[in-house]
Design a binder for this molecule. Structure first.
Ligand code: HEC
Ligand code: HEC
Ligand code: HEC
Ligand code: HEC
Ligand code: HEC
Length: 187
């Protein structure tokens, strides 16, 4: 076999493959942290969804009432926690910290797990209004003691559902598609 022949048949394709693999690997590892599946962040208080939304069955909207009223689902104010913790588990350090914040009127600075880049527009209202369950996007939050990122925050994931949302919608829903034009999500 000719040297050039061999180069074309084996070395070149292998070279291209290696290059592609490198590009993909590097791309994967340098992707912004906000897209990393399973990502979780430290919180000032060890609040557990498994306990409150799972065992105690407190409805999601009790604490995230923004989801049906505004773009943001929002995190609850300390007063929402204190409606129970005025009397519940008051001897615990975490609850004493809550009480202290309530007394001083300070806000509890929860750290964000989900965050889209600024150039993306997302609104909870049309999604909650269409009857899409929180869990369809966020995963089984009521089983997690620490919130972690369970959904893909990528454009392809938004568009995938917008093209065919049937499985995410209630059976009787008249909605067939979500918007796909660029300025629905980039305003
Ligand atoms: C509807 C009532 C209710 C609300 C609202 C509520 N909690 Fe609780 N929480 C409980 C109960 C009940 C327990 C104790 C469960 C157990 O230990 O069996 C608890 C336990 C806890 C604990 C564990 C304490 C320990 O060390 O055992 C923390 C921390 C906590 N809650 C934080 C919060 C925060 C933060 C909020 C607001 C975002 C909140 N809770 C809202 C009822 C509530
Ligand atoms: C008792 C109040 C309470 C209830 C009930 C509750 N949450 Fe939360 N949720 C919080 C608090 C406080 C945080 C911020 C701390 C954290 O991330 O754990 C939070 C954080 C979240 C986040 C992450 C926000 C971010 O930073 O990206 C999601 C998603 C979420 N909740 C969804 C749900 C869903 C879905 C349910 C119902 C199954 C639910 N929550 C029920 C209090 C509550
Ligand atoms: C169609 C998918 C989808 C559904 C359904 C959905 N969310 Fe979200 N949620 C998101 C996305 C995307 C973000 C990040 C938004 C951003 O960064 O601007 C987010 C962010 C959040 C946050 C943190 C930031 C904020 O908006 O305050 C909370 C809390 C939250 N969602 C709770 C809920 C709850 C509770 C429900 C159900 C009532 C729900 N979500 C339904 C996709 C969804
Ligand atoms: C699980 C399915 C699903 C996912 C995932 C989803 N959407 Fe949607 N979205 C819908 C449906 C269905 C509608 C149409 C609702 C209607 O027609 O009432 C919609 C509507 C919208 C609208 C239109 C709001 C308006 O005011 O017209 C925007 C903006 C939007 N989605 C952004 C996003 C973004 C950004 C993401 C990804 C981060 C996303 N969606 C992920 C199902 C989804
Ligand atoms: C349903 C919502 C939605 C629609 C419709 C949509 N995008 Fe996006 N787009 C996103 C989200 C979410 C991101 C951020 C996540 C990512 O980069 O994958 C994004 C990111 C981007 C980026 C930045 C990519 C990067 O690497 O930073 C570009 C460019 C873009 N979109 C262009 C478009 C164009 C052009 C259209 C119309 C053909 C469009 N988008 C329609 C949701 C959407």
């Amino acid at each position: 076999m000719h040297g050039l022949d061999r180069a074309l048949r084996f070395v070149l394709p292998l070279g291209i493959l290696a290059l592609l693999a490198t590009v993909l690997l590097v791309g994967w590892f340098v992707q912004p942290d906000r897209y990393a599946q399973g990502r979780s962040v430290p919180q000032p208080i060890p609040y557990s969804h498994a306990l409150h939304a799972g065992t105690l069955k407190i409805p999601c909207l009790h604490c995230h009432s923004g989801a049906t009223r505004s773009r943001m689902a929002g995190v609850p104010a300390v007063s929402v926690c204190m409606s129970c913790h005025q009397v519940t588990r008051t001897e615990r350090p975490a609850i004493q910290l809550l009480a202290e914040l309530q007394r001083t009127g300070k806000v509890l600075a929860w750290n964000r797990v989900h965050s889209l880049p600024d150039h993306v527009y997302f609104d909870h209202r049309p999604h909650a209004g269409a009857g899409i369950a929180c869990q369809t996007c966020h995963g089984e939050i009521q089983t997690l003691s620490v919130v972690s990122l369970r959904m893909s925050m990528r454009m392809g994931n938004c568009l995938g559902c917008h093209r065919d949302p049937r499985t995410a919608l209630p059976k009787e829903s008249p909605i067939r598609r979500g918007p796909e034009h660029c300025n629905a999500c980039h305003r």
